[in-house]
Design a protein around this ligand. Structure first.
Ligand SMILES: CC(C)(COP(=O)(O)OP(=O)(O)OC[C@H]1O[C@@H](n2cnc3c(N)ncnc32)[C@H](O)[C@@H]1OP(=O)(O)O)[C@@H](O)C(=O)NCCC(=O)NCCS
Length: 367
């Protein structure tokens, strides 16, 4: 049997949607392409990697290519999802080969890191690794109802998108989104739809100025799950004050993820219970270490006492040079060294530079 593995074209999207629904929506119904319109947009076809058997899609990998800012420096990352193989074709290496194809194509588009949702051995074999930890805090309701300087109002997706973009730019590590993408995300957050919650998007004002915004996935799974803060920026006091003003808390309360960059939020969460600490639910793989080190040179130059270089030695192989020391690593080790938090052999000098766990890609595939 000869299979064709290639980058998709716009007119392949129907086949891709069919296989995706067969694998992911057989039990619950609905269409993946409706739930994740940007990922499945024919304009995004060139970020799909597909195996065809006589015109039928039998294995797929989907991606979106994003500008990303890490500690103030611009680079690119791809979020990868909707990885599926027709049950009759599993265990033959198709998904693995498509991940390799994705990696090559995305690296040609200057993507330095792939972020993959889920935690399968398929992905760790590919070289993806856990990149950091998130501490979850359960917010306490404000029992005193003390007056606050904040006025909270719903976000208008059309008019408020530029303000949301400006506030988001105050985060040192973040994903970039165009205004149309941001408007689409503010208008409907598919992650919330998928989890059957209600999206609450709030602007926090003080003295007539927008000081912060937040998006809450409220009462997911028909109120059986805890509400979850999925995105925020700006004044953290304003964010927590706005969350406390939200009506109709579920039994599990509101949970707030705290990432490495979120120290200002953590300071305001004093007294709240830390309910769990877990790896970020996405794996990462550095697919162009040399390009990444070039993109982040300014960050490096600011904080390092010795120069750093990452040089590509060959397929998946790198040399890491810090001052006069050097190490040879493969792509998985490089990913751990650069972005992991608990790596025994990492040179200490790598530790503080790239706090990528602050990238929080929840729902990003799905704007
Ligand atoms: C996960 C999924 C996409 C894997 O697709 P696949 O095409 O079977 O993937 P591969 O063949 O590359 O790898 C699957 C297994 O086959 C094995 N394998 C790969 N090539 C092989 C070969 N030539 N011969 C025998 N076995 C092989 C691999 O070791 C792998 O085992 P592992 O998963 O225990 O590590 C598929 O099982 C699927 O669609 N699952 C349901 C949807 C899903 O869960 N998607 C992921 C969302 S996060």
């Amino acid at each position: 049997m000869s299979l064709e593995l290639r980058v998709a074209r716009p007119d392949d999207m129907e086949e891709i949607g069919r296989l995706s629904d067969q694998v992911f929506r057989a039990k619950r119904g609905g269409h993946m392409a409706d739930e994740f319109p940007y990922l499945y947009d024919p304009a995004n076809a060139h970020h799909w990697y597909v195996a065809f058997d006589q015109g039928r899609a039998v294995s797929i990998v989907g991606a979106m290519n994003w500008p990303v800012v890490i500690a103030g420096a611009a680079t690119r990352a791809a979020s990868v999802g909707s990885v599926a193989t027709d049950p009759a074709y599993r265990g033959r290496g198709l998904a693995s080969q498509l991940l390799q194809l994705a990696q090559k194509q995305l690296a040609d588009e200057d993507v330095r890191v792939m972020l993959i949702s889920g935690d399968l051995s398929l992905y760790t074999r590919f070289g993806a690794r856990a990149i950091g930890w998130v501490d979850w805090y359960r917010l306490n309701p404000d029992s005193k109802k003390a007056p606050t300087p904040y006025h909270v109002r719903p976000i208008d997706p059309l008019d408020d998108a530029p303000v949301v973009a400006r506030l988001n730019q105050t985060r040192g590590t973040r994903f970039g989104r165009s205004l149309p993408q941001l408007r689409a995300m503010l208008a409907s957050q598919p992650m919330t739809q998928v989890e059957q919650g209600t999206k609450v998007a709030l602007m926090v004002m003080a003295e007539g100025q927008a000081v912060s915004y937040l998006i809450l996935n409220h009462r997911p799974f028909q109120g059986r799950g805890a509400s979850r803060l999925s995105e925020w920026a700006g004044d953290p006091k304003g964010v927590l004050s706005a969350l406390r003003s939200v009506q109709n808390w579920p039994e599990g309360g509101i949970e707030v993820p705290v990432l490495r960059d979120d120290w200002s939020l953590l300071a305001e969460l004093r007294g709240s219970e830390r309910v769990r600490s877990e790896p970020v639910s996405w794996l990462a793989k550095v697919i162009d270490g040399q390009g990444l080190s070039q993109d982040l040179q300014t960050v490096w130059a600011e904080v390092a006492d010795r120069p750093l270089a990452i040089l590509r030695l060959g397929e998946e192989q790198y040399k890491v040079r810090v001052g006069s020391e050097q190490w040879s690593v493969d792509a998985a080790e490089l990913t751990e060294w650069v972005f992991g938090t608990k790596v025994p052999h990492r040179p200490a000098s790598l530790e503080c530079f790239w706090p990528i766990p602050s990238l929080w890609p929840e729902g990003l595939n799905y704007i």
